[in-house]
Ligand binder design. Structure first.
Ligand code: FMN
Length: 148
């Protein structure tokens, strides 16, 4: 059984909803998981887990949102070698940099040495009914991959 963290930044609740569905999927797979807002935890918290998933919405022109900046900068102090990670988030396809913050978060985790899943989950606004299982499966697959 893996012990995982899902940490997210969300202003209007869309990324939070994706995070909650991912948590549901992880639990369905029989794993342990904590769900935290990045405003209520430190980046170093990820070191207490077998793996972690970071969710972030995109702001400006493909930029990181303000409430994620402290967490993002704290990552610079961490050695994440060997830590499994995945990224997800909500965005809007009418912007040129669709879910650009998800890509920025992934790049930072790679830079810090994490083993970042090549599969990213990008959802437009909040998940539609048919996308909810996609979110649950994303969590379920990430948790299961750690046991192989
Ligand atoms: N979405 C993108 O994919 N790329 C962007 O560059 C982008 N810029 C945005 C800028 C502003 C000022 C606003 C209001 C939204 C922007 N969005 C962009 C859309 C948000 O990421 C989207 O509404 C998302 O669902 C918000 O997530 P949240 O509910 O978790 O806060």
């Amino acid at each position: 059984m893996a012990k995982l963290l899902v940490a997210y930044a969300s202003m209007t609740g869309n990324t939070e909803e994706i995070a909650e569905l991912i948590v549901e999927g992880i639990k369905q797979g029989g794993h342990e998981v904590d769900l935290k807002s990045v405003t209520d935890c430190n980046a170093s918290d990820v070191l207490d887990y077998d793996g972690f998933l970071i969710g972030v919405y995109t702001w400006g022109d493909g930029e990181l949102p303000d409430e994620f900046l402290d967490f993002y900068e704290e990552l610079d102090e961490l050695d994440l070698s060997g830590k499994r990670a995945a990224v997800f988030g909500s965005g809007d396809t009418s912007y040129e940099q669709y879910c650009g913050a998800v890509d920025l978060a992934a790049a930072k985790l790679v830079e810090r040495g994490a083993e970042v899943s090549p599969e990213m989950l990008k959802i437009e606004y909040s998940p539609m009914e048919q996308e909810k299982d996609t979110c649950r499966d994303f969590g379920k697959r990430f948790a299961a991959a750690g046991l192989q």
